[in-house]
Design a protein around this ligand. Structure first.
Ligand code: PLP
Length: 391
């Protein structure tokens, strides 16, 4: 049985070209980039070339790109250092953020006494600009706004440009967790005036263990890992040279094929929505998930009209890898915060959320196999649910 992978928001398979670029670097360019001899300088050149490539993609300067180990580290660094080193007294965020953002904020609240204000999303999962403005207006405290670009569970997008302008107007710093959108769409930070953003290579067919933080030069942010002067002293530690080479190759491929991949995945997403809607009467889609133009094209969040907490496992037994929420919370027995925010009590009680996430490698035949498996599981779940009702 061929296995089917529909969990690309959790991570993506590495491209062959990425593996080649990494292996070449590991075999040949093994020098320490801080060494002044040619072995070190060859490794340094690889890092600086990728830094320039990222800077060109984002329309920023290379000095504003700091390599890290992942999206989690980038977000931790930005939030914690904003409080520790820039004296921020208040953070505005939302309950929809990834755990690495929400837990960093909570830590700053508990350890540093930072005031935290959350914007409750509307019933579609949108963070409304008017609510952000109301909060920005309400206090003179030095503020960091941290709102993700695309939600990893439902795919809702925020208008980064408008949010950044609003933050500037009220003198607040603006951080966006862009882990799910970096390399999936054009991002021009000369137009979008945010201060901080984050990236993780394994979300776009690059390796795990490498990412970067975008840190606007004027922000004055410092790092949280101290030691040597690597990464302009913002992130000490010998750089992951082969990982950075892999990130660079993955970004190059993503940019080269961006238009083609976008329309391909939008088509796959619409096909999934159509097939699932036809196969499962009463199915719904969470947030703006089913609005192709208004949501991240890699993700669709399905709400099945029956309760089946074991569905992930059952699909896995049929060879289909899928997630019920974000990867970091899908192992937990509690429903995710995003679902708690969006679903009614009745839906929480009687329905099952499923996140299907695509890559350019996903095929319609795979979606057909997924829908077939879903129909089989649904029939037995519906019978089981109606037995429970009659007991
Ligand atoms: N932010 C978002 C929105 C994510 O989806 C993820 C990964 O799931 C992360 C941050 C964390 O990234 P990493 O796995 O590189 O630590």
């Amino acid at each position: 049985m061929d296995k089917i992978y529909l969990d690309n928001a959790a991570t993506t398979p590495l491209s062959a070209e990425v593996i080649d670029a990494m292996v070449d670097t590991m075999k040949i360019t093994f020098g320490n980039p801080s060494s002044t001899h040619s072995f070190g300088q060859d490794a340094k050149i690889i890092i600086e070339n990728v830094r320039r490539q990222i800077a060109d993609y984002l329309h920023v300067t290379p000095a504003e790109i700091i390599f890290t180990s992942c999206g989690t580290e980038s977000n931790n660094m930005i939030i914690k250092s904003s409080v520790e080193h820039l004296g921020l007294e208040r953070i505005i965020s939302s309950p929809l953020e990834h755990k690495c953002v929400s837990e960093s904020i909570l830590e700053m609240k508990n350890r540093k006494g930072v005031e935290v204000n959350y914007i409750r999303p509307n019933e579609k999962g949108d963070i409304e600009l008017s609510k952000l403005e109301e909060l920005l207006k309400s206090s003179d405290k030095k503020t960091l706004v941290s709102l993700m670009h695309a939600n990893n569970e439902i795919g809702n997008l925020v208008d980064l440009k408008k949010m950044a302008e609003l933050c500037k107007q009220y003198n607040a710093l603006f951080h966006s967790d862009t882990v799910q959108t970096m390399s999936h769409m054009p991002l021009d930070f000369s137009e979008i005036t945010l201060d901080f953003a984050s990236c993780s290579a394994h979300k776009f067919h690059g390796p795990k263990g490498v990412g970067f933080a975008f840190i606007r030069k004027s922000s004055g942010l410092k790092g949280i890992i101290t030691g040597g002067p690597q990464e302009r002293s913002l992130r000490a530690g010998t750089e992951n040279v082969s990982g950075i080479a892999g990130l660079g190759k993955a970004l190059e491929l993503a940019i080269t094929h961006m238009d083609e991949y976008t329309s391909y995945m939008q088509d796959i997403k619409q096909y999934t929505i159509d097939q699932v809607s036809a196969a499962i009467p009463g199915v719904k889609f969470n947030g703006r998930s089913a609005e192709i133009e208004n949501s991240l094209y890699t993700v669709v969040s399905i709400l099945l009209p029956f309760k089946n907490p074991l569905i992930g496992l059952q699909l896995d037994m049929k060879g289909i890898a899928i997630s019920q929420g974000s990867a970091c919370s899908s192992g937990a027995s509690k429903p995710s915060m995003v679902m708690m925010m969006l679903l009614s009590e009745e839906e929480m009680e009687n329905c099952t959320p499923l996140r299907v996430s695509f890559s350019h490698l996903t095929t319609k035949a795979e979606i057909d196999a997924f829908v077939k498996a879903l129909i089989e599981i649904s029939h037995s779940a519906m019978i089981e649910n109606s037995n429970v009702e009659h007991r």
